[in-house]
Design a protein around this ligand. Sequence first.
Ligand code: PBG
Length: 332
Amino acid sequence: MSAPFPIARPRRLRRTAALRELVAETTVRTSDLVAPLFVREDIDEPQPIASLPGVVQHSHDSLRAEVAALAELGVPAVMLFGVPARKDAVGSGASDPDGVVQVALRSLHRDLGDAVVLIADLCIDEYTDHGHCGVLAESGEVDNDATLEVYAQAAVAQAEAGARIVAPSGMMDGQVGRIRRALDEHGHVDVSILAYSAKYASGLYGPFRDAVDVRIAGGGNRSGYQQDWRNGREAWREVDADIAEGADIVMVKPALPYLDVIAAAKARTTVPVAAYHVSGEYAMIKAAAANGWIDGDAVALEQLTAVKRAGADVILTYLARWFAESQADAAR
Ligand code: PBG
């Protein structure tokens, strides 16, 4: 019996799995993903990270095996973070040719060539004894312009070791322009910059700081350089500046609380937009699932799809290996 008034029936297209598949707008692919990986100096066996279940600090050998496995599964890129054995005030390990990430880049480049895009996070917080993303002035504040010089050196060291993309994450003003100049001057015109453009001072980085052994001195925080999460338009200013300075890809971080910012970046730019589904986002899924409160796999897929639907062309996620394996299983 028909209704006595016009009624829209969107449910018609939801009736069967095949219909839903036909009209689905957004599908995450393994090739959209970048796996963030941690490599720690001076260990022989991978070390678990309590607040990031399933993620480890790799040894050099276990990192090589992991990246080879990811490549085999079709994950196109990895982002490396280093955990050095020694830290100092200026984060020397970030630009030392024998620093942990440079050593890792060289061996991965030797193993895999261009089969995987090697991306190096470019920051010094993992390497400084005070845990800030920049060098400190007498006042104790992060010195923006002095930090740019340190980033320039790190970029060149990473490129020389085999990074195809460097990813400045410290939120210093002018970092993209300074790094672009350093790379070009050293003949690395083909090395790209993935800019952490709109990176918020988020509470969701806690597990990451466990993973890289970072405690910010004096119980400090990064609100003096990372963005205030009350602001959306400010992100456009950051994105515009990074593109003007030469960013090849812009990134929004974290992902889920900032879907509006991802969508705005996508509408505003012609470069690829990346989003980082960060450690705390991953940890929340794992913790709730471990309690039996949510279906972790279902929520993970829903979240990654939402990030892509908002406009992300590239998603950095600790779920990359799980996702790639689930796709490979589904194809069998
Ligand atoms: C800084 C950096 C951080 C993350 C990526 N790069 C931490 C911070 O800003 O404190 C966080 C990533 C995550 O939480 O997964 N080098």
